[in-house]
Design a protein around this ligand. Structure first.
Ligand SMILES: Cc1ncc(COP(=O)(O)O)c(C=O)c1O
Length: 428
């Protein structure tokens, strides 16, 4: 975990000359932004296109163009099959450890790059449920939010059906997420595992990781954190929370590219006791012994299954370099400044048009995106995409404004929100 001092963005009131307009405010914030030089590190940032979807697919870093090209010619083309022994077999662990250190508050040996988020969630959830049911056959419940990302809910239902477990749904306000009070009411001595989103995909609600982990543990349950919308944007402290398990995407704020593989975290104290269900040769104790029976490897290798997707995991290293340079504390400070500015602009120019904030108003409870609600938002999104302003749409009526701290500017944010106002007037 980075201990870099958090830079002070100040507030607009604190600037020497109070800006006369939102445009002046945006340019003052950009001028004061200690991370402003990072924007130029991304492909396309020099164009007038407004990108509000870095929370779905981050922009490519410029350095990645060269990294991928060099990989194809020098490593893949030059080293051929020797590349596996020389470097590639270790990449899931070295890149995983870097993500753990820079963004997750995880000591080494607990984070690995594996399959998709969906597949890793499946493997860890099944492993955790099986371990809990073995120790105490009464623990047959999986707790999950009713508004969690679809893949999370579908997996929980599938695993419950497979293992004879029961789903306990937590009903939430869709402009928030699962909080301490809701979780406290849902867990009992029958809870085996709790699956929680650190930042809600719909509202951007930021859960209190330490508090929710404690509540689950007090009930004797294990916690699996979905970190898709926090990794690389909101600091995570898995070791300090005492978290058990976590999985997260790398193609959002870690800019790993379309379909880049996810990371999995398993606290060191659990690794030996967990057996994941997709027993493949890459998770075996001795990969190349080609032995007659599967014996899981020690450590994080046992959570792998097949050949690591090397080409798909190398791009994310460029954003890890940028996060290392900036420090995750500075990334979060910029993220908070961006979402606060977006909320202020929305209050000023969108709420008079009937647009409602569907995210927490308090930045301490908000991750890196802001959701704006209006009945016309589906049509508004299509209208905006035609004009090169790219947010995304989530039912019901939600326009998600994703603000990537390393690549989004305050001026871009204002331009995009002014375009939203024009589109609401046209479509509303
Ligand atoms: C919160 C959350 N969980 C899980 C997923 C599923 O990830 P994948 O499609 O890579 O398996 C996503 C994808 O956007 C997500 O946002």
């Amino acid at each position: 975990m980075s201990t870099d001092p958090t830079p002070d963005f100040g507030s607009v009131d604190a600037l020497e000359v109070p800006p006369a307009s939102l445009e002046a405010e945006a340019s003052a914030l950009d001028a004061d932004d200690p991370l402003k030089h990072h924007r130029a590190a991304f492909v396309g940032a020099e164009t007038p296109l407004v990108y509000f979807d870095g929370n779905s697919l981050g922009r490519p870093p410029r350095a990645t163009v060269d990294r991928l090209s060099r990989f194809v010619t020098d490593e893949w083309g030059g080293r051929l099959i020797r590349g596996w022994d020389e470097a590639w077999m270790q990449l899931p662990f070295t890149i995983g450890d870097r993500i753990g250190a820079l963004a997750l508050g995880a000591a080494s040996g607990q984070t690995v790059i594996g399959d998709s988020t969906t597949v890793l969630l499946y493997k860890l959830l099944r492993a955790a449920l099986d371990a809990q049911m073995t120790v105490d056959p009464q623990r047959v419940e999986i707790v999950v939010g009713r508004d969690d990302f679809p893949t999370d809910r579908y997996l929980v239902e599938g695993i419950a059906a497979e293992r004879g477990a029961r789903v306990v749904w937590v009903d939430v306000d869709t402009s928030r997420g699962v909080d301490a009070e809701l979780l406290g009411a849902a867990v009992t001595d029958r809870t085996a595992v709790v699956l929680l989103s650190h930042v809600s995909y719909r509202s951007g609600y930021l859960a209190d990781g330490a508090a929710l982990t404690r509540i689950a543990h007090d009930a004797g349950a294990l916690v699996l954190w979905d970190l898709c919308h926090s990794a690389g944007s909101v600091p995570v402290e898995l070791d300090a929370w005492g978290a058990d398990l976590a999985v997260g995407c790398t193609y959002k704020y870690l800019n790993g590219g379309p379909g880049s593989p996810a990371f999995a975290y398993v606290a060191e104290r659990h690794q030996r006791a967990l057996t994941q269900p997709v027993q493949g040769w890459m998770g075996a104790a001795d990969v190349f012994s080609m032995g007659p029976v599967y014996r899981p490897a020690d450590g994080m290798r046992r959570f792998l299954s097949g050949t690591p997707p090397v080409l798909a995991m190398i791009a994310m290293q460029d954003t890890l370099d940028l996060i290392e340079e900036a420090g995750i504390g500075a990334v979060r400070a910029k993220s908070v400044a961006l979402t606060e500015f977006a909320v202020r602009v929305a209050d000023g120019i969108l709420s008079p048009l009937g647009v409602r904030l569907a995210s927490p108003r308090d930045s301490a409870e908000r991750g890196g995106h802001v959701t704006l609600s209006h009945p016309a938002m589906r049509a508004v999104t299509a209208h905006l995409w035609e004009g090169d302003v790219i947010p995304d749409y989530r039912d019901p009526h939600g326009l998600r404004i994703g603000l990537s701290p390393l690549s989004t500017s305050f001026a871009e944010t204002l331009t995009g929100l002014r375009a939203v106002a024009d589109a609401v007037r046209a479509e509303g």
